[in-house]
Every structure is written in structure tokens, then in C-alpha cells.
Design a protein around this ligand. Sequence first.
Ligand code: AMP
Ligand code: ZN
Length: 478
Amino acid sequence: MIRLYNTKTRQKEDFAPLDPANVRMYVCGPTVYDRAHLGNARPVLVFDVLYRLLRHHYGETNVTYVRNFTDVDDRINETAQKRKAAGAEGTMEELIHARSNETIRWYHEDMDALGALRPTHEPRATEYIPQMVAMIEGLIGKGHAYDAEGHVLFAVDSWKEGYGKLSGRSVEDMIAGARVEVAPYKKNPMDFVLWKPSDDDLPGWDSPWGRGRPGWHIECSAMAHELLGESFDIHGGGIDLQFPHHENEIAQSCCAHPEGEFARVWMHNEMLQVEGKKMSKSLGNFFTVHDLLEQGVPGEVIRFVMLSTHYRKPMDWTEKKREEAEATLRKWFSQLEASLVQSNVPNTFLELLKDDLNSPGGLAALHRLSDSGDVAGLRGGLEILGLLNGQVPDWAKTSGISLEGVNVIASINVSQPLEPLAKIARRWQAMRDEKKFEDSDGLKTALNELGIELRSTKDGPEIEASRAFDPAKLEALK
Ligand code: AMP
Ligand code: ZN
């Protein structure tokens, strides 16, 4: 039995899908105006692990996962306007489309590098405008929405019994606590936009209320309904979306389709911070997934660090965690390389994941499997967590090459000739044989600073170069 914490009921519940042959999940995806930052990767990885767990439990073809692209947004328009001002060719519409396409391509590259499976459907908001218009018309028809000055607004007073349930606040509390856009045409300050007019030079679609564009919340409601139906199992996203985005999605969907329940389980990941601080451009600690990959941080390492904190706890990205994750993965991958056993997912490990996605517990279980030499279990666990997709990744492969009595270990992406390393290890061994320990220890320390480890084993000296090692620096030691 899988148990999941439901934000709506504020408790862990046994998960019972409406249809075990088609388990359905919707996760709010990115607004495609720029590269995904590290925080954006957290929901992707959390729900990727859930997707993998559901596929393992219910069968690979029995899970439908939808994650949208929001490609109607002022920030996308702004980048296109800037390009146009800088002399780019094409209409605004073309430039906006080009920006969305480019961002979606980057998103796929980056999330693929983190080992995230592509969802079953990745709808783009601009391809579901007729469905949004139809949903808005339905809401007006049922008395849940009204049009005013080219805008269509959802009337929160028309659904007092439901609005605010997800966030646990009454409409009155919300008004008191929220920064709401005050507009003369709103009947209640909490009423939110379903449709708004569009400037002539910006993307817009014809509608019964004039040329305009949808509000952000209605996009998700319409796409979820089209692809998953009136009732489905899981809806996810970051905790920052709980209010107002998810509250508004619920209001729209439940009022447009009162015969359905919309999403039954609501799951929210907590936020990511960097070295204890909110990630922000002004603090200079803002970086994208692409930045980290460019620096040579492997996708598996990013994923490992993300999963080492439970998804409902705030997580801190630190350099120390990154280093530890890399060292652990190198150790585990070398165990896999040394063994040909097939994977076998141990129940002890699965039970942890089934308990509201306890990924830190899962990683601790993998440490135990590694220590006890259960390579089949280790392999199976790494696969479910998405840390191993087929082969051991190149960055973790080591070439342990014996060069005239010296074992030389170097990551294969360190493309230095190995003989100079073997030579230095021989020199170190000679010093030790002559009992010149001061000299040998001095050399060892100097090499350590260059990212090289020296060891003496029963088969002779062993030298290991880390990825940080720069072969050019070896010259200085001669
Ligand atoms: P956005 O493109 O801003 O709508 O965000 C896409 C997804 O990333 C949403 O599910 C957000 O909740 C999530 N998200 C944004 N910032 C963070 C963060 N710092 N930590 C975790 N999740 C985040
Ligand atoms: Zn959404």
C-alpha cells in the first residue's frame, strides 16, 4: 500500500487510485520564459520519483502523468519585445513562439540530464485555448463567473462552501491577509481573472468577450480536464502554488464540473534554498540547472542531493552535500561495475518510498545495502530513484589500469596520459622502500592538494586522480 500526505486533508492517507489500470497525475509545469533554476528542478525530481514508484507498483503503462508548459506570460512577451527592440526579425508572435520553443528545448535538455522521465503528456497552454474558453463559458452559465470591461472573473462568493478549503482559510481571512489586485470591476476583491483583454501587438485569441488571453489558473484546469477527466488521482506542485494557484484551480474545476471531484490527493514540495538562504539574484546565489551541469556537476549528483531531503521539508543545497553525494555515488557505481548481477528492488527499500516518498530513508537503505554487499538490491534501489538509467554513467567509470606494478585509477573523463601518474607512484614507493618517510609523506601531501590520492596496497602502490586533478600541475613537482 502506498501512503501519501494529502495537503487537502492534512494527513497521510492510503492511496487508492480511481482506476488502478490508469493512475492519473497532474503536476504544474514551468512558465517557459528562461532556463529552469535549481528550485524548479525540485518538483520535477520529487514527482519523477513518484511517477517511477507508481509505474513500478501499478505497471509501466498504467500511469498517466501530465505536466504542462505555461507559454502565455508577460515575461515571455518581454524577452520577445527586447529582441525586437534590438533588431530581431519577425513578428512579435513569431518571436514569442521562438522564445517558448527555445526554453522548452532547454528544459528538456536539463531535466533529461537529471534523469527525469518525460511525462506522458506535456501540453502547452496555447494549444488548449478553445477548451479554456469553453470552461469559462460554462462557469458564466452556472453563475460562477461574470464579465466586466473585457475581463471575465471568477466570483468567489458563488462558491463560499468550497473556496479556501485547500489552504484552510476563509474568504474573509484571505482578503485580510492577501495582496490582492483591487479593480473597480471586481465584485469581491478575491475574485480572480479567467480571461483578460490583450494588447494588439501581443498574443491574443478571439472569444465571446473580445480578443484576449486566459488567466494562468484556468490553463491548468482546462488542460487537466482535457487530458485526465473530471476526477483524477494526484495533483502536485511546489508549496508556493498552494495559494492562490491551486485554490483557484479547484474552484474553477469543481464549479465547471460539479459531477467530478477534480484532484483527490494534493501534494506539495517545500522550497529549495542555497547555503541556508533563499535563492535570489540579488544575493548572488541564484543559479540554473544548466549552470551546475556546465560546471561539471553530474545530473545524478544533483538528483541525489535533492532526494536526500524529504519533499515536505525545506531543503538546502550546499557544496558539502554535493561533494558527499558525488563520493557516495562513485562508491556505489564502482560496486555495480564490479558485479554483473541483475537488479532486485528490496521490499525494505520500497516500503520506505511507499511511506509518503521517504527518499532520504531510501538513500539510507541503499547505504546499508552497499555496506552489506547486496549489489542487486543497490542496483534496484538506484533504478527506482532514477539515479541509474541503464549503464553506470561515464563520469563515474574508473579505469583501474595496472602500469608496471602500479594500479592507476582515474575517471575516464580525465583524459591525461596515465604513465606520469604511475611514475610518480613508483617514486613514492621507492622513497618508502628507502624509509625516507619525510620525503614520501611530503610528496603525498603535495599530490593531495592536486586532487591525487596515494595508497599502498598488498598488490603495490595505488594512485587515484580525482576529476579536479589538472595534469599540467604535475610538472611543478618534478
Ligand atoms: P514556475 O515556473 O515559477 O511556475 O515554477 C515551476 C515549478 O517550480 C512550480 O511547481 C514551483 O512551485 C516550483 N518552484 C519554484 N521555485 C522553487 C524553489 N525555490 N524550490 C522548490 N520549488 C520551486
Ligand atoms: Zn497549475
